[in-house]
Write a protein that binds this ligand. Structure first.
Ligand code: NAI
Ligand code: UGA
Length: 470
């Protein structure tokens, strides 16, 4: 029986390994992590994060051919194939700080693999890594196992799932990308990994390339997606200045088959743990290769994203008579997108911090994010949570009661069906709505009496003559 070990039980490692276990009943899958709390959550009824469909998949396989353990060494020792899905955050200090990927976790996993292994292994890079990481990992593995005569084959098999739709994405991927050495051993390893995916993925969706193309394709993929969002967000600012409507512009663009309709929703800015970190990493790689202009090109994607978030905060403050000091503002949605409990790099963090900087009182509601998570994100730099200006509440009506304004920061479906008439009655007047996700019906809200700002839509007459100073 083939044995797989997945190192890293996070948003990628957990769902990916669970789907492999589901689709390959004859393969034993062990998911290991150094975090005891993560592993005990995977072994409990309440999984470590919310992801639609994940619980069902885990419940079908856990205790059969899927197990979660902190006994990292044992399962690495026993495995034929090791998937490494550890975190690769942006470095916060030292050379390349603020841009380069921090490969500490990866290197420590590689050294541990070399230490405990006693048989040949295929090591699969699932984490997103800088191009040519496989070369470094290969050296660490081979140099540290020389005396044992073990052969390692390294494959790059980047993950393209999106949070909120991870299970669907894994069950029915657009494509699976496998990069490997183009020599007989490398091609043999590629075939072995292809055989696993072939249990459920059609052959023509499994693409094979050399190692460096696979590693770089993942960074390019995220950079292209984020670039589309920054492009439409840049257009949204121009729409507001000219009377065009960004959703109509998106529709027109999306009907061009050369462009396509996806990733054209203007928003308060993109979030999530990866877009920013992967673009910064790409910029660093460009600069390290002397390609300053190329790096500068990609940097602009992040700059526009920062601009979009601060533009939103300025709209809120300037619309409300240039002061939000002491005013209650309801924040609806804190996750970085709907259908996830993940708050990493959520635009809500910067918007909340911006409003708190202007002394607003925030009442925050998110259907899936806990108070603990919100506290962790907002209380950086040793700030105490006993923040009299922030409260986390259990529903949208409570959040909006006696508020002067409400901000939609995540596109949760339930925010579309709130009784806005009731919300209006219970708010201070004039009552403001700032829709950072363009999910509400602006005309209906205006009929109720709200003053409405919706990203990239024609401005409310109230807001027309207010200049946004950045
Ligand atoms: N979150 C996402 O949607 C996607 C993430 N990725 C990439 O996948 C990688 C992982 O991302 P996430 O799952 O979001 O991160 P995560 O932070 O949720 O999970 C990483 C896990 O690895 C564990 N870990 C770290 N070092 C370890 C070691 N030496 N031994 C055992 N466990 C160790 C950590 O304790 C943590 O639980 C990153 O490179 C990311 O860029 C790729 C596609 C999608
Ligand atoms: O490497 C990764 O981590 C993953 O990053 C993204 O997935 P994810 O961040 O989970 O979610 P997305 O749906 O891409 O959304 C990212 C952010 O962009 C925002 N967004 C997305 C689409 C859009 O049209 N407009 C927009 O503002 C979302 O609200 C969210 O804040 C990519 O879509 C995945 O292919 C990739 O595997």
């Amino acid at each position: 029986m083939v044995k797989i070990c997945g190192i890293g039980a996070g948003y990628v490692g957990g769902p990916t390994m669970a789907v492999i276990a589901l689709k390959c009943p004859s393969i034993e899958v062990a998911v290991v992590d150094i975090s005891e709390s993560r592993i005990s959550a995977w072994n409990s009824k309440k999984l470590p994060f919310y992801e639609p469909g994940l619980e069902e998949v885990v419940n079908q396989c856990r205790g059969k051919n899927l197990l979660f353990s902190t006994d990292v060494e044992k399962h690495v020792y026993e495995a034929d194939i090791i998937f490494v899905s550890v975190n690769t955050p942006t470095k916060i200090k030292g050379i390349g700080a603020g841009k380069a990927a921090d490969l500490t976790y990866w290197e420590s996993a590689a050294r541990m693999i070399a230490d405990v292994s006693n048989s040949d292994k295929i090591v699969v890079e699932k984490s997103t890594v800088p191009v040519r990481t496989a070369e470094a990992i290969g050296k660490i593995l081979s140099q540290n196992s020389k005396s044992k005569g073990i052969k390692y084959e390294i494959l790059s098999n980047p993950e393209f799932l999106s949070e909120g739709t991870a299970i669907q994405d894994l069950l029915n991927p657009d494509r699976v990308l496998i990069g490997g050495n183009q020599d007989p051993q490398g091609l043999d390893a590629i075939q072995k990994l292809k055989d696993i995916y072939a249990y459920w993925v059609p052959q023509d969706r499994i693409i094979t390339t050399n190692l460096w193309s696979a590693e770089l394709s993942k960074l390019a993929d995220n950079a292209f997606l984020a670039q589309r969002i920054s492009s439409i967000n840049a257009m949204s600012a121009l729409c507001e200045a000219t009377g065009a409507e960004v959703s109509q512009v998106s529709l027109a663009l999306g009907k061009n088959t050369k462009i396509g309709p996806k990733f054209l929703n203007a928003s308060v800015g993109f979030g999530g743990s990866c877009f920013q970190k992967d673009i910064l990493n790409l910029v660093y790689i460009c600069e390290s290769n002397g390609l300053t202009e190329v790096g500068n090109y990609w940097k602009e994607v992040i700059k526009v994203n920062e601009y979009q978030k601060s533009r939103f905060v300025h709209r809120v403050v300037s619309s409300m008579f240039n002061t939000v000091s002491g005013k209650k503002i309801a924040i609806l949605g804190f996750a970085f997108k709907k259908d996830t409990s993940d708050t990493r790099k959520s635009p809500a963090i910067d918007v909340c911090k911006g409003l708190l900087g202007d002394n607003a009182c925030l009442s925050i509601y998110d259907p899936r994010v806990t108070e603990n998570e919100i506290e962790k994100e907002l209380c950086t730099d040793g700030v105490e949570w006993e923040h009299p200006m922030v409260s986390v509440v259990g529903d949208a009506y409570e959040a909006t009661r006696d508020a002067h304004g409400l901000c939609i920061l995540t596109e949760w479906d339930e925010f579309k069906t709130i009784d806005y008439q009731r919300v209006y009655q219970n708010m201070e007047k004039p009552a403001f709505v700032f829709d950072g996700r363009n999910i509400l019906d602006v005309h209906k809200l205006r009929e109720i009496g709200f003053i409405v700002y919706s990203i990239g839509k024609p401005l409310d007459p109230w807001l027309m003559n207010i200049n946004v100073i950045n």
